[in-house]
Design a protein around this ligand. Sequence first.
Ligand code: ZN
Length: 393
Amino acid sequence: MTQPNAFAIRAKTIIPLIREQAARGKDLYTKLPRIDNGVVLVMNGRVADIGKASQVAIPQGWECQEVDGTLIPGVINCHTHLELVHCANKTRSGQGFSAWLQSLIDQKPRSMPEDANYVKNLSQEIADLVAQGTAFVGSILTPNPSLLVLVPDIARCKGLGLHVFAECFGFGNSLPPLPPPEHQASLAGHSLYSTNLTLLQRAALYCQQHKAPFSLHLAESLDEEAMLAHGQGPLLDIFQRTILPKNWVPPFQRPLALAKALGLLTSNLLAVHCVHLTDAEIQVLGAHRCAVCLCPRSNAYIGVGAANVRALLKEQVLVCLGTDGLSSNTDLNVINEALYLKERYDIPNDALIRMLTVNASQALHCPKGYASLGTGARAVFCKLPHALTDHSY
Ligand SMILES: [Zn+2]
């Protein structure tokens, strides 16, 4: 929707998250300040003023939108693969990781950025995200030079904040190219089983030196565990048929232990999935102040099990949420991950709101203006679905 340059929003409740910090462990559950009968004034895409309706006057002639519900800053999806829009409804669901991966590999490669239909779908997907209240996304991109220009350009044009994770994948020795320098970017490693371990270390070091997040799919499936810790299983079969070097030797370590041995467990790490971790391993992630991005609907789609959400929330892990790509989810609206967790674990709303905003902002090193509705913040808003609103308000 095209917004006028200056307008007001009047909402039943606003959770402005002004000066709110990321939270871990029990701090996730402290009550967030609310403004009842709140007003936000917006000018040129930024918040010009915010407060109670009795304190903030709406200038004469300004259009005023009424919101019958709770408004929070635009939410942040910490892990997706925007480029995989063409994989929607085309992968195997519910049969485990290796079956899903094989169905992804079986799809015909296509020259995506040159395909007008692909570009149209990608633009529409990104526009929908913004319309649904997503302000910022962390997206993995493969090192295709055209995609590294196309995706950030579309995101910018549609008003979606973006952190590009240029992905290291395979057993070569070169770090992937980054998007043009005007875009926020750092590196990701695909995983411990699919990527040269020395390259993962170099990529993680690069991110540390640049004070930027390093993303890694970690402990997503039991197939991953079987391949790394035991040198067997269906995932090993797939990789032996495709990219695994003949001289590859299993590390005979569980994923978390291997990541630790490689020095990847730092406060810059954004570990994605973390489904198959023991309580002791989760404590190790917390002790290293790592961020963990939960993608519960993707895990359910593929059929890899469910993360130990309660244990992750208890430790000093920075928990945030992501949808993963349309190759393993039905949509990219991260609010639906929060609803999924609410339904299954009855997590308090304020903890989920922090995961969607301040925690995610810290995990992706978002620039100022996100995850807050203070003066000067970006005017992207998310109206919470009823299940995530506090019914006492
Ligand atoms: Zn992913």
